[in-house]
Ligand binder design. Structure first.
Ligand SMILES: CC(C)(COP(=O)(O)OP(=O)(O)OC[C@H]1O[C@@H](n2cnc3c(N)ncnc32)[C@H](O)[C@@H]1OP(=O)(O)O)[C@@H](O)C(=O)NCCC(=O)NCCS
Length: 186
């Protein structure tokens, strides 16, 4: 079934996302083409993320107010798993100056997903722009599997640059790129 175009893109509070967590995780599993059990596995992590400083979430809603896209992230901080992984990689490759430049004050874009039937119509970009428009940090960082992909094209289109390439996070054999840019997007 082809999903309808986004009727609107809105911010959700943690409480509102919590109430729709099953639907949001089903969307995530469908977009990433992960096995169904992944949703239960990720639920505690998404709930923990909601408690983090600077957490912000936007969703795209379809004709019946169903979720067709989601994006969220939070302020990156010392001690967070992703922060420590990227800090280690960046220190090795580019030194402490690069760590200071990129990681002193940043928003980690943690998740961005659009239902497969709704992709390719600009909804991902709309989510990304709306999410980042409300972010107070001076930079945004994200990790994505090395391209080519729709995600890769989107991030390049809105001006994300290489921070780390072909990086392997602990426990995941895939090579990742860490991309970043200054905020606001403009
Ligand atoms: C990555 C993802 C979120 C992007 O969402 P999307 O809605 O497909 O992406 P976009 O907003 O960039 O759609 C833009 C495409 O639609 C086209 N488009 C059509 N109408 C458009 C409009 N009004 N505005 C902007 N783009 C439009 C663009 O030309 C672009 O084409 P391209 O991909 O060939 O360059 C989505 O593809 C997805 O969920 N992928 C699987 C999960 C994933 O990989 N998530 C990211 C993990 S890091």
């Amino acid at each position: 079934m082809t999903a309808a175009p986004a009727r609107r893109v809105v911010e959700l509070s943690a409480r509102e996302l919590n109430a729709r967590l099953g639907e949001a995780l089903a969307l995530y599993v469908s977009a990433m083409d992960y096995p169904p059990g992944t949703a239960e596995q990720r639920a505690p992590m998404w709930l923990a993320h909601m408690l983090r400083d600077g957490w912000r979430c936007v969703v795209a809603l379809g004709e019946e107010d169903e979720l067709i896209g989601i994006g969220y992230g939070y302020r990156g901080a010392v001690g967070q798993w992703w922060h420590e992984q990227v800090r280690h990689g960046l220190t090795m490759v580019a030194g402490p100056g690069a760590v200071e430049q990129w990681m002193r004050d940043y928003f980690e874009l943690t998740e961005l997903h659009v239902l497969p039937g709704a992709q390719g119509r600009g909804i991902g970009e709309q989510l990304l722009r709306t999410l980042l428009a409300g972010v107070p940090n001076s930079r945004v960082l994200l990790s994505t599997p090395e391209g080519p992909s729709k995600a890769w094209r989107l991030y390049r289109r809105v001006g994300f640059a290489d921070v780390l390439r072909h990086y392997q996070f602990t426990g995941d054999p895939r090579p990742f790129a860490v991309l970043g840019r200054a905020l606001p997007l403009g």
